[in-house]
Write a protein that binds this ligand. Sequence first.
Ligand code: ZN
Length: 179
Amino acid sequence: MVPVRRALRLVIDGKAELVEADGHGFVRSEKLTVPRPAVIRLVKFIHVPRRFRRQVTNTFLFARDDYQCQFCGRNPSQFRHRECLTRDHLVPLSRGGSNEWTNVITACSTCNTRKGNSLPEECGMTPLHQPHEPHFVHLSWAVRKLTPIQTRYIRIFYGAETLNQLRAMAPESGAAHGR
Ligand SMILES: [Zn+2]
C-alpha cells in the first residue's frame, strides 16, 4: 500500500512494474507516459527501515486489538459518554516501559485511568491478549477500506481466509474509534 505518487516513482525508476492500471487516465513524466497504477509488483526487494516498521500509531494499535479494550473487553459501541479508546503501557513509561508493540495495548479511558502507574500484576489487570508485533501489511489493509481490485489480488496471493480476516478487522464505517 503506497500513495500513487510513490507507486509511479517506483515504476518510472524501474524498481517496480505495473500489474494493473486503475483505468483513470495516464501520468506523464519527461520521458514516459504511464497509466495510473492500481497494482504494482516490486522487481527487487526494497528495504523498509526498522524504525518505520516499528512505529506504533494509535490507528494501527487499535486495529491490531480489534478496537476492543484489552482489560474490560468493551468496544466503542458500548462506551459511556466521554469514554474513548486510549493507548495503555503495560509497563508504564514512568517506570521504564517503552512504546514497542509488545508493551502497548488498547484500553478504554476508564481502565487506563484505573490501571494508572501500576504493573499488571500489581493491580490484577491482565490483558485479554498478550500484545505482539503485527504483520505490517495486514495492518495497512486493516485500517483502510479494501477496493475491489485490492480484494481480488489479496484473494489470489493470500487466499480467501486472509481476506475474511482482514474484513473482520476493518473498522466499521461511522463508528467512533476514539483518539
Ligand atoms: Zn476497559
